[in-house]
Design a protein around this ligand. Sequence first.
Ligand code: IPM
Ligand code: MG
Length: 353
Amino acid sequence: MKKVAVIPGDGIGPEVIGAALEVLEKAAPKVFDFQSVAMGGNAIDKYGEPLPAESLKICQNAEATLLGAVGGPKWDNQPPELRPERGLLGVRKGLGVFANIRPAKIFTPLASACPLRKDIADKGIDFVIIRELTGGIYFGKHEAFTTPEGERAARDVMEYSEHEIRRIAHVAFKAAMGRRKIVTSIDKANILTVSRLWREVVEDVAKEYPEVSLNHLYVDNASMQLIRVPSEFDVIVTENTFGDILSDEASQIVGSIGMIPSASLGDNNRGLYEPIHGSAPDIAGQDKANPIGTILAGAMMLRYSFGMSKEADKIENAVDEVLNDGLRTGDIYTEGTKLITGSQMRDAIIAKL
Ligand code: IPM
Ligand code: MG
């Protein structure tokens, strides 16, 4: 049996993970040994810390980790080092998964859920964001202090070293080689020193991929172009914070944040797989959450960590089919389609397998 660590997390996390595990078991019966681990708010409640050492160890010993979502208002007033999000960052860093792959593709049956003008959407939207995941402000020094004048102040440091930029750039160029061969590197090189280094290193790496065309955009302009001409993007590579922000934007361009999976990879194939959405505490426990992002994250896990692309295809096709049948959870519902619950969506997908 292949060992997979499973982090259900908080809020809607356990619901969407439950759905994904059932789908995986149906697509690849008796292949996986799923081991559930505590991380996030639930771990704070139970063990007094967001990422108990034992939890990280289980993930590090597994062949892959599947994660729902963590966080919620209950833990919002915790000190920073004891917040659920810190547990998530600890898992990402502890697994060394520096490359976060977030595909943004319009599902044809969901075209009506795309908020962009029809002539823009009709040109086709199919790009992937490669977000650096274990560096930048997220992992720089965080500090709250008092100035000599007695005023409260704070700082968070954005830092990247050359090897961190180089390795994520390689991931992006390699991905582009299997796609339309366009890399857009997004930075803020008109202001940030980090971005100027980023640009230099990305340009350097580009020399090893002469077939790929590279362009650079400032992040503010990129956020605009993603809405104006989304069809022109193929592979986007960017640092941690910019990638966090732009991938939420991308999720709306293709219809819903509930639909997008992500794979986070490092130097080996021991990946971390999660939907890009959060724990949505407002709808938790109401069977409203769209499980598709997590189900597709499970498909990415089959593909990247286990080389099971046939089974991954099956899951992705099943998702396409239920969408074609007009079945919709609330987040992707539009007039003329059929509104169903999260568990009905799960069952519909399983029935197609
Ligand atoms: C994401 C999320 C996380 C992040 C949060 C929950 C810490 O927004 O995966 O995009 O900022 O990375
Ligand atoms: Mg985010």
